[in-house]
Design a protein around this ligand. Structure first.
Ligand SMILES: [Fe+2]
Ligand SMILES: [Fe+2]
Length: 136
């Protein structure tokens, strides 16, 4: 069973960002499935490294998008990205040291990232946020 399926709650209203979020979600689900199936070692470490790379690329693209649209929350959003990436790197180091065994809190961390960051923080930069403001 996946951690989470893509659904409209995760739609930030920007196609390119949605696509990258789907890539992130897919990797999270693959890490979750591998771990549930009792996999460890190099295959798990590879997935964790892949998610790191996809995330680094995504944060860069997202920050560029916010710059281009003149989004006022850019500085705060950048700090949140930096913090997320530091936490992720910490976990990745632990996972490598444990030969691909995931710490208990790791999957919870991934899930929280999706719910809190994409739904709460990313949602604010897209056209959906403007629509909500106008509607309110
Ligand atoms: Fe973000
Ligand atoms: Fe994002």
């Amino acid at each position: 069973m996946p951690i989470m399926e893509w659904n409209s709650d995760l739609d930030v209203g920007v196609e390119a960002m949605n696509d990258e979020h789907k890539q992130i979600l897919d990797l999270m689900n693959r890490i979750h499935d591998a771990s549930t199936a009792g996999q460890t070692g190099a295959p798990v470490i590879k997935l964790v490294d892949d998610l790191a790379q996809v995330t680094i690329d995504h944060f860069r693209d997202e920050e560029r998008y916010m710059e281009q649209t003149g989004y006022s929350g850019l500085a705060t959003h950048k700090l949140i990205h930096k913090d997320l990436l530091e936490k992720y790197t910490g976990y990745a180091t632990d996972i490598r040291a444990a030969n691909g065994v995931l710490p208990d809190k790791f999957l919870m961390f991934l899930k929280l990232w999706l719910t809190a960051h994409i739904k709460g923080i990313d949602m604010k930069y897209g056209p959906k946020a403007d629509q909500l403001k106008k509607a309110g």
